[in-house]
Write a protein that binds this ligand. Structure first.
Ligand code: DGL
Length: 265
């Protein structure tokens, strides 16, 4: 390995701002690393597009990141992961690549008999990969998958506290909530940014709201460490955030989301 490879940033991609929820955990886990984050907001949402289109868009972003130079890749988008990660691993075998999938395994593992509700994009839920994931872990738990078209847009638009979000929950989620609902799985990387609003809406401290961002960040660290690609701890890493959105608003919104998590650009 060339010394310089270690010095390259870790690439992150998502259809927009959602992957920042994974980036936040990755920065906490690996503060001395540099990160190059690309949000494809100009082509968002991915979650209502066809698999071929999502794959094509994902490859476009990944090729661009590789051209810039990255030592590892996080596909920080459940939708892009289900559409493209397998084929990406085949095409770039030397590159450590991690994807993200709805945190069904941990939800089932800690289940005490109540309902599990999984919120994800229509595309993630429609995929064969998702069906297999559910089949593998569900057992006899009461698990309900709820496609949420239009939910990621609240995060993209920075509308995290308004009444429209509450209306969205009323229309799309309310009918699935049972008195024994135990866990809600946020199966799209945009959704952790609406967690607090969802918690308020549920008015029920007993429901656990989980996501896979920390697990994905740790897996990324493990994969980079295995290849000897982690930098030494005596430096503070940099974050470069870019977006295909031409108005320039998304990068500013992303900066605010990071800042709220205590991460400065
Ligand atoms: N953030 C993406 C995910 O994790 C999808 C949002 C979208 O583009 O529909 O699935």
């Amino acid at each position: 390995m060339r010394a310089s490879e270690k010095e390259l940033p870790i690439g992150f991609m998502d259809s927009g701002l959602g992957g920042l929820s994974v980036l936040i955990e990755a920065v906490r886990e690996m503060p001395s690393e540099d990160f190059l984050y690309f949000g494809d907001s100009a082509n968002a949402p991915y979650g209502t597009k066809s698999q071929e289109e999502i794959k094509r868009l994902t490859y476009d972003v990944v090729r661009m990141l590789l051209k810039r130079g990255i030592k590892g890749l996080a596909v920080a988008c459940n939708t892009a992961t289900s559409a493209a990660v397998r084929s990406l691993r085949g095409d770039y075998p030397a590159l450590p690549i991690v994807g993200i999938e709805p945190a069904i395994k941990p939800a089932v593992e800690k289940n005490k008999g109540g309902r599990i509700i999984v919120l994800a994009t229509p595309m993630t839920i429609a995929q064969e990969k998702y069906r297999k994931l559910v089949e593998r872990y569900k057992g006899d738990t009461d698990l309900v998958s709820v496609p949420c078209p239009g939910l990621m847009e609240f995060v993209e638009e920075g509308d995290l506290n308004g009444p429209d979000l509450e209306r969205y929950f009323e229309e799309h989620l309310e009918r699935y909530l049972t008195p024994d609902t135990e866990t809600i799985v946020l199966g799209c990387t945009h959704y952790p940014f609406i967690r607090e609003r969802l918690r308020e809406y549920l008015k029920n401290d007993g429901i656990d709201i989980i996501d896979g961002s920390l697990g994905t960040a740790r897996e990324l660290k493990r994969r980079l460490s295995e290849k000897g690609l982690l930098r030494s701890a005596d430096r503070k890493g940099r974050i470069i955030m870019e977006n295909s959105d031409r108005e320039g608003k998304k990068t500013e919104r992303g900066r605010i989301l990071l800042e709220r998590a205590g991460i400065e650009l």
